[in-house]
Write a protein that binds this ligand. Structure first.
Ligand code: 2AM
Length: 178
């Protein structure tokens, strides 16, 4: 089996920009900047022999390149327990259209996903018992964060290996937009 997801990679200068923010929050397990990405669609565990079908399906998706801007900070929680800290993105119609096309194609091909509303983000940290006041302070301090727009001219199929040292992501294939 292979664990897969589809995502947009970030340029190196933006990774460095985000890495500077990774400090000053107790309970934060900071994501390795090499692993920063905007997930478009989580696929999950599939038999290795489905990789080719998924590759073909993704290669058939067409879209024009577009610009994206990272802006704002937020957190996800399970119940009252915060689980992750993320950087948000400005609303982008081309991003939502690309996500929807990929999501529908995969669902039609028999790769289901959770039905949660798509909220694009870049995960900065996983949280384990981060004290609520510290999290609120971090979010307030970084809430006005805004980066220069970057050009999205491809998307990527990643595999994810779960190890005791964390997830290792590898690019399996890249799909240019043009
Ligand atoms: P996250 O960063 O918000 O946790 C690889 O796991 C990528 O797929 C992560 O970016 C993760 O988002 C995303 N993802 C989306 N749904 C997921 C799920 N049900 N399980 C694991 N990862 C998921």
């Amino acid at each position: 089996m292979i664990r897969l997801f589809v995502a947009i990679d970030l340029p190196e200068d933006l990774r460095e920009h985000l890495a500077v923010m990774q400090a000053g929050l107790p309970g934060a397990h900071w994501v390795d900047p090499d692993n920063f990405h905007v997930t478009l669609r989580f696929i999950g565990e599939v038999p290795d022999n489905r990789l080719e079908d998924i590759d073909e399906l993704l290669a058939g998706i067409t879209a024009r390149p577009f610009d994206l801007s990272l802006a704002g900070v937020g957190s996800f929680a399970r119940g009252r327990e915060p689980t992750s800290l993320w950087i948000g993105l400005d609303r982008s119609e081309p991003l939502m259209a690309l996500q929807s096309r990929i999501h529908k194609a995969l669902t039609r091909a028999g790769f289901p996903s959770d039905e949660k509303r798509y909220l694009p983000h870049v995960t900065l940290a996983r949280l384990h018992r981060a004290p609520a006041p510290d999290l609120a302070t971090f979010i307030a301090a970084h809430n006005l964060f805004r980066a220069e727009p970057f050009r999205v001219d491809q998307f990527t199929l990643f595999s994810s290996q779960l190890t005791s040292a964390g997830s290792i992501y590898s690019a399996e294939a890249e799909y240019p937009l043009d």
